[in-house]
Each structure stands twice: as structure tokens, then as C-alpha cells.
Write a protein that binds this ligand. Structure first.
Ligand code: FEO
Length: 369
């Protein structure tokens, strides 16, 4: 599919993927890849291995017998590099460009693949005729090898995972579903993938702020054309861990309904105080959905009854996941029901403290309220 003259999307839509390394993707995702036609032909990124046939067909549909001269591998994670071995079999003369960490990762993932690799760093460029690609390594956004590439003459940023969204609906452009949907999906992605790397995102934003960007082509989701200032502004805010002082998120699971009653009690109390409260029951929603709501909430209240001297496994999974994603400067509160020992509440409180949160006095209920 043509994006603009000389630039084509050749990636694939994965409508069926539902778990993406622990992250629930209810509408699937895309693995975006782009072909740039010039005196030399450049492929930007690969796709996940299982889509290689479709990917090669997409490429051939555009090239009609021409070959690929250059391949820019912005990121080694297999959703963007899995097709490499078969692409290299078909286009063995293509030179691959990426960071030093990308080279190491590709060697480890595809030890039998044959290709020539050129290591690039910030400031390096690739000329393909009338076009110049400028390389912008962005280590830890979100892997050590991660990189963006800027196509100077078309003012396009191939941003890889930055600005991505897991949108596997077949939509191509941000204009198809509006700003709110874009920000909602990009926020969900940021919370579940990028959140621990705020400092590195800040560096990336500083680097790209000098560029005139007309189109952002992330490696997942829709291409951003209209809402570039808005998405960059959101990335700045998320990278600073900015939260809404009026947002309360209540995440819980329940055995016999008492912890649910406590959640409802907290919801009522904080709504009456003027807060915007969202309640998530982990039996009904995946923990990664709860994580997406952590992104902008100042208050994170977590509840579980005590089962076998522990919290429920669903709550433990959420807390483990949230702790790894390192949200900062939140206020937590543990709550839960118990029958005799009641360890879950203190365990939750400890984990909230270990996340670096301040905590409010826990809320407990013996048997029932
Ligand atoms: Fe979309 Fe880090 O892979």
C-alpha cells in the first residue's frame, strides 16, 4: 500500500494475537514495515516470522522484480526481525543497517542467516539516490538495540516501537479513528511497554524535536499524520510520570464478595470527594488493562482477600507486572477481607511501598461488611 510517492507499507496485520509477552492485545496488532523506492531500494524493518510469506508477497507486489539494496533493522525483537532469514535468502545482496546491539541480537537469534551488516550510530546517514536516511539510536526505548530512522527529504520518522499502538483492525492512518482513540491505544502501549524508560524517552524526544516531522511510521499500529504534536506532547507527559491528581484506580479480586464491597465503598467515598474513580475486577479484566489505567492515575488502590496466607494469584500477578513497569510518584492503598490471619493486606502494602509509592492506611474487613 502506498503511503506517499516512493514509500509503501509492506507490513502485516495480526488480527489474532491476544497475548504479547504477557500483555493482552484484544484487537491484535500490526508488524509494520516500509519499502522506500529510490535509485536504491530500502526496506525498513521486517515482520514476525509466521507472516513471512505474506510479507514477501507484499514486497514483491511493489518491487515487481527489482531487488532490495538496503535493509534498516531498527529493532531486533522477533516481532520486527523474525522474517530476516527468508528475506536474506531471497535478497542476499541486501546490506543490513542497525546498531551494534542489533548486530549482536541478530547473530544470536538467527545464527545461520547470511547477510552483511553495517553498524550505525547517531549522526550516520545512508544515501539511496535522492533520499537520505538518518539513524537515531534510542537505546532502551525499549531494548538496548532500539533505533529510529528519519527519512530527511520526506520528513518521515520510522520510529519503531516508539509511538506504537497495538491496533490490529486494518486501520492505516491516525485520521481514521480520531485523536481520542489514538491516544487511548498509544497510552495502553506506553504503559505496558515503554513506561520504565521515561529518561530514555525524554532523550529521544529531545533528539527528534530538532527534526521537521510530517509523518511518524511506528512499527505497530496506525501511521501518524495529523496528530503528531498531540502524541509527542503525550509522550513528554508520560515520560515525566505526570499523573492526574483527581484520578483514582481501584484494582481488586474477591472470593466471597467482601473485598468487592470494600472496593465499592472506596469508589463511593472517593467519588463523593470529587475524584474520578475507575474500578477494575481482575477476574473480569486482564492485569495489563489495569496497567494501562495506572498510566495517568495518581491513586492506586489494590485489594485482595487472604487465601492460604497470601493474596489471590490474580492480584499478585498485577502487582508483579506493575512493579516491573516502574510507575512513579503514586499514592497506594491496600485493602481486603480476611477470616483469621489476613496477610494479603500487609503483603499488598509492602509491594506498593516497594514500588516507591506513598501509602494510605490500609482498609480491612473481617469476614464481611
Ligand atoms: Fe515491537 Fe520491541 O518489539
Amino acid at each position: 500500500m502506498k503511503i506517499i510517492d516512493n514509500v509503501y507499507s509492506v507490513g502485516v496485520v495480526d488480527r489474532d494475537v491476544r497475548i504479547f509477552h504477557g500483555y493482552f492485545t484484544p484487537i491484535g496488532t500490526t508488524y509494520n514495515s516500509f519499502l522506500v523506492i529510490d535509485e536504491k531500494v530500502t526496506l525498513v524493518d521486517f515482520v514476525k516470522e509466521k507472516f513471512t510469506d505474506e510479507f514477501l508477497n507484499n514486497i514483491e507486489g511493489i518491487l515487481q522484480g527489482r531487488t532490495i539494496d538496503y535493509i534498516i533493522c531498527n529493532h531486533v525483537e522477533p516481532d520486527h526481525s523474525g522474517a530476516l532469514p527468508r528475506v536474506m535468502e531471497k535478497y542476499p545482496q541486501a546490506m543490513v543497517y542497525g546498531t551494534a546491539n542489533c548486530e549482536k541480537g541478530l547473530k544470536a537469534y538467527y545464527p545461520h542467516a547470511k547477510y552483511n551488516f553495517t553498524v550505525v550510530k547517531l549522526g550516520d546517514a545512508l544515501n539511496t539516490g535522492k533520499y537520505n536516511f538518518k539513524f537515531i539510536p534510542m537505546p532502551m526505548v525499549h531494548w538496548p538495540d532500539s533505533m529510529s530512522t528519519y527519512l530527511e527529504e520526506e520528513k518521515m520518522l520510522f520510529s519503531n516501537d516508539a509511538f506504537g499502538q497495538h491496533t490490529g483492525t486494518g486501520e492505516v492512518l491516525d485520521t481514521e479513528n480520531g485523536l481520542d482513540k489514538l491516544i487511548d491505544r498509544a497510552g495502553d502501549y506506553y504503559a505496558n511497554i515503554v513506561l520504565p524508560f521515561g529518561m530514555q524517552v525524554t532523550k529521544l524526544i529531545q533528539t527528534v524535536s530538532d527534526l521537521d516531522i510530517k509523518i511518524i511510521c511506528p512499527s505497530h499500529g496506525v501511521i501518524i499524520t495529523k496528530y503528531i504534536p498531540e502524541i509527542i506532547q503525550k509522550y513528554i507527559s508520560w515520560s515525566k510520570n505526570e499523573t492526574d491528581d483527581k484520578k483514582v484506580l481501584i484494582v481488586y479480586d474477591t472470593m466471597w464478595g467482601t473485598t468487592k464491597k470494600l472496593a465499592e465503598q472506596l469508589e463511593k467515598e472517593y467519588t463523593n470527594k470529587g475524584f474520578e474513580v475507575e474500578v477494575i475486577n481482575l477476574t473480569e479484566e486482564h492485569y495489563s488493562h489495569a496497567m494501562s489505567r495506572v498510566l495517568e492515575a495518581k491513586y492506586i488502590f489494590v485489594g485482595s482477600p487472604t487465601l492460604n496466607n497470601n493474596m489471590l494469584p490474580s492480584v499478585s500477578a498485577f502487582l508483579t507486572y506493575m512493579k516491573g513497569l516502574k510507575p512513579k510518584e503514586r499514592i497506594g492503598k491496600a485493602f481486603g477481607a480476611y477470616g483469621w490471619s489476613g496477610e494479603s493486606i500487609s503483603q499488598i502494602n509492602e509491594i506498593l511501598l516497594s514500588c516507591g509509592f506513598e501509602t494510605e492506611e490500609p482498609l480491612k474487613a473481617l469476614w464481611n461488611v
